[in-house]
Ligand binder design. Structure first.
Ligand code: ZN
Length: 194
């Protein structure tokens, strides 16, 4: 379980800022963990803003919605640079589905952290072929804290780090619904990946 360093007692201008990455496969609880951290930051009376790429229209347009329907209000943005214009004086910036931003997000996240903000990013670390999903690897490299969360393999019940696409679609961005993806451990992913 991630334990936050104390951030609430100092003014933002005196804070160092930091980057946290929450990564893992589909159904691994990334968004739930993001919401947990943001909710705790709110309880600490910190000003929180949440963003997601507007490409993700699976659920309601302006909510970060996790699969267990634990929701938190968010702002959809088209470009990573938009986040810089919208964060203002907030203390904590959450970003969901970070893998759908282009690599400009790396610069944006650095700038926000350098301003003294705590930046928490949730995203898929591998695509449906089990390859690193840019820009997540770059963000993991520059983060102070990286948390990898795991799903449960729907075939054997072990811990799962891979997202198996059940349909034959080949394009990288097919948004995840339970019908089109399942979590797999390494062995079951290799067995089932055709
Ligand atoms: Zn398995």
């Amino acid at each position: 379980m991630f334990i936050e360093p104390s951030l609430s007692s100092r003014r933002q201008s005196e804070r160092k800022g930091q980057i946290e990455v929450i990564c893992g496969s589909m159904f691994s609880g990334k968004t739930e963990e993001l919401i947990r951290r943001l909710t705790r930051a709110k309880l600490a009376k910190l000003k929180v803003e949440i963003f997601k790429p507007s490409i993700d229209k699976r659920y309601h347009d302006s909510d970060v919605v996790s699969h267990n329907e634990n929701t938190i209000r968010s702002t959809p943005v088209h470009f990573a640079g938009d986040i810089l214009l919208l964060t203002g004086d907030c203390d904590v910036v959450g970003i969901d589905e970070t893998q759908f931003f282009d690599e400009e997000i790396v610069r944006v996240v650095q700038l926000l952290a350098n301003q003294g903000k705590r930046v928490i990013l949730a995203g898929l670390d591998m695509d449906f072929e089990g390859k690193p999903f840019e820009p997540m690897p770059r963000l993991m490299a520059i983060a102070e804290y990286v948390t990898k969360v795991h799903a449960i393999c729907m075939k054997c019940g072990d811990l799962a780090a891979f997202s198996l696409r059940l349909s034959a679609a080949r394009e990288k961005v097919v948004l995840g619904e339970k019908e089109s993806y399942e979590a797999r451990c390494r062995k079951c992913f290799l067995d089932d990946k055709k």
